[in-house]
Design a protein around this ligand. Sequence first.
Ligand SMILES: [Zn+2]
Length: 298
Amino acid sequence: MEWRGRRESNNIEDRRGTGGGGGFSGGGMRIPIRAGGGGGIGLIIILAVLWIGFGINPLSVIGMDDGTTTTSTQTASRQGPGVSGTSDETDNFVAVVLGDTEDVWNARFSQMGQTYREPTLVLFDRQVASACGNATSASGPFYCPNDQKLYIDLAFFRQLQGQLNSPGDFAQAYVIAHEVGHHVQNLLGTLQRTTELRQQSSETDANAISVRVELQADCYAGIWAHDTQQAGLVQDGDVEEALNAASQIGDDTLQERSQGTVVPDSFTHGTSAQRVEWFRRGLTSGDMKQCDTFQGRL
Ligand SMILES: [Zn+2]
């Protein structure tokens, strides 16, 4: 991706090195909480549901967050700046990609006769407090609709390249564009509607709704990639990097890798094939109407 020397977004909040903002620590937001009863941890349960509901990260549901790290043997040829570059360079890259999403969505909303409210991207390390609750790096990148902020620990980019076999700067950009896709859903009212629906649903049905929300965010990431490509900023191999990343973080692939079996009812983000398909749909059509994941079969 052509990103050096381009405009960097100012909507970045750097909370690294601040200790994360207190609250309860550790993996308290993880799934086991949902199995808990009522009483004193009611608030935590609500936060956890929001958390997992907004789906955010491709990893939270499935055992990637066991603290182990895998040494990557990838060659350097197509590493993203988060892997091979300096941390300053990664910061610049993230700010340029966020700025790029602002350009795309400002124009798109303006075409729809609406105003795009630009989200803030929070950089954190280890743990962070958001209006959706506290999180650790293990949760992966996420979007919180309550404060309209994207949260990312850039260490995730190393995981993306290593454990998740998704090298390349455009794979990283796709992750950011996916989270921005959730922000677009928030501004368009989709998140609120689907959250209400999910709260009235069984766990299996709620998961199925989550999959549709997530695939639409992938399609919106594809819309961003489409417009970025139109602007001449996409290089050879970029699209393949994003498609590969979409495939590597499909629920079936993640489950197969982490537990050796696949449980479709527990999917919250869609299969690898579905994630690739919906990203590609946005990318090739450039038409947001093609991103209606709520009608018919996926
Ligand atoms: Zn998501």
